[in-house]
Write a protein that binds this ligand. Structure first.
Ligand SMILES: *[C@@H]1O[C@H](CO)[C@@H](O)[C@H](O)[C@H]1NC(C)=O
Ligand SMILES: *[C@@H]1O[C@H](CO)[C@@H](O)[C@H](O)[C@H]1NC(C)=O
Ligand SMILES: *[C@@H]1O[C@H](CO)[C@@H](O)[C@H](O)[C@H]1NC(C)=O
Ligand SMILES: *[C@@H]1O[C@H](CO)[C@@H](O)[C@H](O)[C@H]1NC(C)=O
Length: 427
């Protein structure tokens, strides 16, 4: 067994793995913990991906529609406005997006590093230590409450009436979500609904490619589980060897996972040019929210996301001085967030996926449901409804005991993943 530091082999430039996140010692001002008035976020748009062009498309939610929703309001999940408590959050944004793209491309294509300037900023982010705030954000990542009947979809370049984008069919499980805003448009939250089975569900021209990309981003070596398994790329070299160059070539530039997130973000900044934007997401949607958040320096909260640190490395994302504006919330009975959904008979393997990554960037709020609440590790605990109803709806006694509303947000310590693999040049 070789404890290889994947990052040094993958990309000398990107030092996600070696960097301790705590590399600035300034303590945040105490002022930041004064309780603030909650923000009220209301639903404005739906977003999805147009299957033919892979563009992000939007549909407006009319005020009438919202009124209908509030009239129907019998359960909390149809509530049209969400209250979240803000608090000061330090973020790092690249001097410009163009500079970020340049640095990333140089690393990706030439293996060279380029110094990128990061601007430190202190903005309003969500108060992740407030249970009620996490609960509201979790509800916002659950899109069960609005099923568009016949929404008129459009992209921002003026193309109207794109017929049903991929992922909105009730039975499909694709990449989609909502855009919320405060009445003054000053705070905007982009939610990305997750999926545990691929970005585009089961069809469309991009489906096959994306299944491949998910497996490259969230598994160690092309989703090889064992000898019975058909891998998604040919980089396996026998034993526990995986060819690094092969992996990178297989992934490279046409991975749609990350560009869909950056397009979504850029499109929303165009719609709300002066807004302070937050990203939230469940499962793979959370992993994507985080990758976008560390690109643009925006606050992020995810629920039950698979580890995205390896994906950040494989995508050659330049690493900001700190990623503490990203907070991952998960519990220990969820095999996807824990990175253990990969046995031959696991539900992930049955769907053609190996979810093996376990290391998350930023801070983590981990509910130990296995030791504290005797939950059994089970894919069915992964769902956002479970998180809303079983994890966040009531105070968590094991935190309350310690005088906290939620488990303490801390960076993941000494996280190791894919440790039995050796990555290198084997050809
Ligand atoms: C929105 O994103 C698309 C890619 O999906 C991009 O081509 C377009 O230029 C963006 N529009 C704006 C106004 O940012
Ligand atoms: C969009 O186009 C479809 C046919 O492609 C049509 O049935 C539908 O009514 C149109 N919707 C709107 C809002 O124009
Ligand atoms: C907020 O943005 C919407 C468009 O999404 C616009 O119709 C509305 O007038 C804006 N409200 C304020 C207060 O700027
Ligand atoms: C809850 O779990 C933590 C470890 O995550 C442990 O330290 C603590 O003792 C547990 N509390 C109870 C009451 O089981």
């Amino acid at each position: 067994m070789l404890l290889s530091s994947v990052a040094t082999l993958l990309v000398p430039l990107v030092d996600w793995l070696s960097k301790t996140p705590e590399n600035h010692n300034r303590t945040p001002n105490k002022v930041s913990h004064v309780a603030r008035e909650p923000l009220h976020l209301e639903l404005r748009h739906l977003h999805a991906v147009d299957a033919s062009s892979a563009h992000v498309v939007f549909s407006d939610v009319s005020p009438e529609k919202l009124n209908t929703l509030s009239a129907l309001d019998s359960s909390t999940s149809t509530k049209p406005s969400y209250s979240v408590r803000p608090r000061r959050t330090r973020t790092y944004r690249p001097s410009s997006y163009a500079a970020h793209v340049r640095a990333r491309m140089r690393s990706l294509e030439l293996g060279e590093s380029e110094k990128l300037e990061w601007e430190e900023d202190e903005i309003e982010g969500p108060d992740v230590e407030s249970r009620e705030t996490l609960l509201e954000l979790a509800k916002m990542t659950n899109n069960a409450y609005v099923e568009p009947e016949d929404p008129a979809w459009y992209d921002l370049n003026g193309r109207w009436n794109i017929s049903l984008p991929f992922g909105w069919e009730p039975e499909s499980d694709g990449f989609r979500g909502h855009v919320f805003a405060t009445p003054d448009n000053k705070t905007v939250v982009i939610s990305i609904k997750g999926t545990s089975a691929g970005l585009f569900g089961g069809g469309g021209p991009t489906a096959k490619k994306d299944k491949l990309n998910d497996n490259l981003l969230f598994s160690c070596c092309c989703a090889r589980v064992d000898w019975t398994w058909t891998t998604v790329c040919g980089c396996y070299r026998g034993g526990w060897k995986c060819d690094q160059t092969c992996l990178e070539d297989a992934l490279i530039s046409d991975s749609l996972f990350y560009p869909i997130g950056t397009n979504l973000y850029n499109n929303v900044t165009y719609m709300f040019p002066d807004a302070n934007i937050w990203m939230i997401g469940h499962s793979l949607g959370g992993a994507l929210a985080s990758l976008v958040g560390i690109t643009f320096g925006v606050p992020v909260v995810t629920f039950e996301a698979p580890g995205e640190r390896l994906a950040a490395t494989r995508l050659h994302l330049p690493s900001p001085p700190s990623t503490h504006h990203v907070t991952h919330v998960w519990h220990t009975a969820d095999p996807i967030a824990m990175g253990i959904c990969n046995g031959v008979l696991s539900s992930c393997a049955l769907g053609g996926y190996a979810m093996e990554t376990a290391c998350h960037l930023g801070k983590t709020i981990v509910y130990d449901t296995v030791s504290n609440a005797s939950w059994t590790v089970d894919i069915r605990t992964h769902g956002i409804v479970n998180v809303i109803e079983k994890l966040l709806a009531e105070p968590w006694p094991f935190s309350v005991e310690q005088g906290r509303e939620v488990p303490e947000p801390v960076p993941q310590k000494d996280c190791v993943e894919c440790f039995s693999w050796e990555f290198g040049d084997f050809d």
